[in-house]
Ligand binder design. Structure first.
Ligand code: PEP
Ligand code: MG
Length: 875
């Protein structure tokens, strides 16, 4: 049988969302429920995909089905396309599986032409209405379908108003509008070299094609990437008989929510406007009225409305967002969908729906987007102020939240000014580890370069500080300390505001507010914890971050990056001494100075964890990151350390690497300088024993060796760890359980995981490095070219943000199987950035990992994503 590409509303239902799109499936469902819906049909998402497969052409079989459905629609409505007595007018709207801004939205009044407009004038006895509808249609069709500039039409309207000495469109007469229609058609002919199409079927096919085309416009592609929507879904098109809210005082239009979308309050919420079409509400020419007013104005319609809203909410078991039209006293529903809502409202509605016995806890868990929780944990812009602000540039939304302050161009300046009580935003070309204190002090961080896993992005997310990265529109001169954008130059006394959730940058003051966390949050998260199987740990390397993460529900530390402790002002000198040491003896001396500080760090972290487990990773980055590079700074350091400048410079130059990411880092450092691993082991074990003695926590340290690719290198470092741990325990006369494991972040480690598991008691997938090394591109440089890859649809997603399940995911799966084959009870987790991404968390659940680990501010998100994974894929 021939494939079906077009469905009448009466032929579909809500379960056909993938084929009919959200809007189409719901129109069909409402039709079946007996709710008054103007009749129509849906062209499927498969027809959209076929349009692209066929080289952007609507094929003859799809065309034939559209024609048949138009005839069917004419029969059902008793009207006819292009009729000179009773013309059929339709709206054409896009409708993907999920609602998607950025695509073509709506064409109204399609079917009007020079003859039908006259028929409409007679039928309604309202020529003004008929010609107003026609001029609107020509305008919309020309702009949205044909890409003719809107301005050309608006100029004509303005000229007409001026000519007539009136202020509003509504003051133009039928005659004026008739003249405008003539002028509009001339514009069309000028621009397109042909007459405005008079045949409604041509109008329709052009409009359907425009919807298909809009699926792939740049705005839609960007939206899809940000929201994880695959390009292969395609969009459906809904063609629906027009009903008119602008036929007089017994007609009207409205947008209504079954509950308050801002607060979640269980009360119908919305606005309506009598004698108007949808666009008038949006245009704000007249002020719409709250829907409660309708009860006084027309109690019969209001009762019918609330009955249907209750039916829909009970039917969909969710808050509905509906569009209605009243045509001469008769109510129609044009659309219903699960309404978008704030995070606060989402939580209240989910909890209320369980209380109302409409949903089970499992179902309720699926009603909140994990990424939405974020907005509850960070400051946000004051919405009123934000409306007035104008973005000056846009970068990557690297760490959510909002920040406002004066511009600080260096980390020191950020720290100094913050200490004096000033609010600053740190603006840099890019950040590096020595900027850490300035980053902590700043309200937010803005960088010109770098991607979603750049230093600034990772560190900011870890701290929960708002960050916009890779904002290439800005010119920052770090020497002159100026920022230039949009032809204007700014300095340290100017305000800048950044939105880490959208990437928007405002060079002005926009007030921020601390969001409130309501009690529903805790209730809801409690349910998520009851349901999930995957544990959630955190990536934290300070007591402050650890405490924060525990407050957010972290069940331990999955990654403590010990190098972050080396950058603090009071210890960087000792670290540098260690690095420039000429021999083991000198190095040991320097390490002796670091030991007590490192031990103290671990003590404080163990205390903050109150007995929860911690995976401590040994030193990972290349040593050159810890030393200065400019002659000036080397000179200063030489003086401080009592060294010869030339000597120190030679040492620094000796540390230079062509490709440090693949250079002397990770366990390679411990292989060259085992005394570093000895010091770190000693610090870990001594701290654990001390905290056990002083606080009674049963601390079981997990020592993690990074960047292992070969079993023998793991064995070498592990032997150093074990030998040192034994020594320490003997010295202290104590026995302590501890584990040694490794990161799986080099493809060779994944491929030989069965071997590696002979030595490793646990694996933690370092998917940042694993992604970088599997793709063969650097996590710091990828932002430069990934844009071109998204545009050309080679990649739809940033593989550093969303785990590449096909490639990198296969390695994770393989290593999981091989690891378990050797050591059935091997403990498995992930600590790359993907541990805080919902779809990647679902993947980890499905692969059977024991836990995910993510930055503190993503812990609630990961808890929810893990619960959703369990509901969707029972384990
Ligand atoms: C990783 O590579 O995924 C990881 C967690 O380690 P880092 O980001 O510190 O290299
Ligand atoms: Mg790594």
């Amino acid at each position: 049988m021939e494939r079906k590409y077009v469905y009448l509303f009466s032929e579909g239902n809500a379960s056909m969302r993938n084929l009919l799109g959200g809007k189409g499936a719901n129109l069909a469902e409402m039709t079946n429920l007996g709710i008054p819906v103007p009749t129509g049909f849906t062209v499927t998402t498969e027809a959209c995909n076929k349009y692209y497969e066929d080289g952007k052409k609507i094929s003859s079989d799809v065309m034939e089905q559209i024609t048949t459905s138009v005839k069917e629609l004419e029969k059902l409505s008793g009207k006819e396309f292009g009729s000179t007595t009773n013309p059929l007018l339709v709206s054409v709207r896009s409708g993907a599986r999920v609602s998607m801004p950025g695509m073509m939205d709506t064409i109204l009044n399609l079917g009007l032409n020079d003859e039908a407009v006259e028929a409409m004038a007679k039928l309604t006895n309202n020529p003004r209405f008929a010609y107003d509808s026609y001029r609107r249609f020509i305008q919309m069709f020309s702009d949205v379908v044909m890409g003719i500039e809107k301005r050309l039409f608006e100029n004509r309207i303005d000229a007409m108003k001026e000519n007539k000495g009136v202020e509003f469109d509504t003051e133009l007469t039928a005659e004026d509008l008739k003249v405008l229609v003539g002028e509009f058609k001339k514009i069309y002919k000028n621009e397109k070299g042909e007459e405005f199409p008079q045949d409604p079927k041509v109008q329709l096919v052009e409009s359907i094609t425009a919807v298909f085309r809009s699926w792939d416009n740049p705005r839609a592609i960007v939206y899809r990437r940000l929201n994880d929507i695959p390009g292969e879904w395609g969009t459906a098109v809904n063609v629906q008989q027009m009903v008119f809210g602008n036929k007089g005082e017994t007609s009207g239009t409205g947008v209504i929510f079954s509950r308050n979308p801002a607060t979640g309050e269980k009360k119908i919420y919305g606005e309506y406007l009598m004698n108007a079409q949808g666009e008038d509400v949006v245009a704000g020419i007249r002020t719409p009225q709250p829907i409660s007013q309708l009860e006084e104005q027309d109690p019969v319609i209001y009762k019918q409305l609330t009955d249907i809203i209750n039916t829909l909410e009970t039917h969909y078991k969710d808050m509905q967002d509906m569009e209605i039209t009243i045509e001469e006293g008769k109510l129609y529903f044009l659309q219903t969908r699960n309404g978008k809502r704030t995070a606060q409202a989402a939580l209240k509605i989910a909890v209320d729906l369980v209380d109302e016995k409409m949903l089970s806890k499992e179902e309720a868990i699926l009603k909140v987007e994990p990424k939405q929780l974020d907005s509850l944990l960070h400051p946000a812009f004051d919405q009123e102020e934000l409306k007035k602000a104008v973005p000056a540039a846009k970068g990557l939304p690297a760490s959510p939240g909002a920040a406002c302050g004066k511009i600080a161009f260096t980390a020191e300046e950020s720290k100094e000014r913050a200490e004096k009580g000033e609010q600053v935003v740190l603006v840099r070309l890019e950040t590096s580890p020595e900027d850490i204190e300035g980053m902590i002090a700043a309200e937010g961080i803005l960088t010109v370069r770098g991607g979603m896993t750049s230093h600034a992005a990772v560190v900011a997310r870890g701290m929960g500080t708002c960050c916009v990265a890779g904002c290439g529109d800005l010119k920052v001169d770090e020497v002159k300390r100026t920022l230039t954008v949009g032809g204007k130059t700014y300095g340290e006394n100017d305000y800048i505001s950044i939105d880490g959730s959208t990437g928007n940058v405002y060079v002005e003051k926009v007030k921020t507010v601390s969001p409130e966390i309501s009690g529903h949050f805790a209730t809801f998260m409690g349910w998520a914890d009851e349901i999930r199987k995957l544990k959630v740990r955190t990536n934290a390397d300070t007591p402050r971050d650890t405490k924060q993460a525990v407050e957010f529900g972290a069940e331990g530390i999955g990654l403590c990056r010990t190098e972050h402790m080396f950058f603090a002002e009071d210890r960087i000198m000792a670290v540098r001494e260690m690095i420039v040491s000429k021999n083991e003896e000198e190095r040991r001396k320097a390490l002796d100075k670091i030991l007590p500080m490192q031990r103290q760090d671990f003590i404080e972290i163990y205390e903050a964890l109150e007995g929860k487990p911690a995976t401590i990773r040994f030193l990972d980055p290349p040593l050159h990151e810890f030393v200065p590079h400019s002659d000036e700074d080397i000179e200063a350091l030489a003086k401080e350390m009592g060294l010869e400048f030339a000597d120190l410079k030679a040492t620094v130059e000796g540390l230079h690497e062509f490709n440090p990411m693949m250079g002397h880092r990770g366990c390679r450092l411990a292989v060259s300088y085992p005394e570093i691993a000895e010091m770190q082991t000693r610090a870990v074990i001594e701290a654990a024993i001390e905290v056990r003695n002083s606080k009674g926590y049963n601390v079981i340290p997990e020592i993690m060796i990074p960047l292992v690719g070969e079993i023998k290198e793991l064995k070498y470092v592990k032997d150093v760890v074990v030998k040192t741990a034994e020594e320490v325990m003997k010295e202290k006369g104590a026995n302590l359980e501890y584990h040694v494991g490794t990161m799986i972040e080099i493809p060779r480690a994944a491929l030989t995981a069965d071997e590696i598991a002979k030595e490793a008691e646990f694996f933690s997938f370092g998917t940042n490095d694993l992604t970088q090394m599997t793709f063969g591109f650097s996590r710091d440089d990828a932002a430069k070219f990934l844009g071109a890859y998204y545009e050309k649809k080679i990649y739809e997603q940033d593989p550093f943000a969303k785990l590449d399940q096909t490639g990198v995911g296969e390695l994770v799966k393989l290593a999981t199987e091989k690891g378990r084959a050797t050591r059935p009870n091997i403990h498995l987790g992930i600590c790359g950035e993907h541990g805080g991404d919902p779809s990647s968390v679902e993947f980890c659940h499905n692969v059977g990992l024991d836990y995910v680990s993510c930055s503190p501010f993503r812990v609630p998100l990961a808890r929810l994503a893990a619960a959703q994974a369990q509901v969707k894929n029972k384990r």
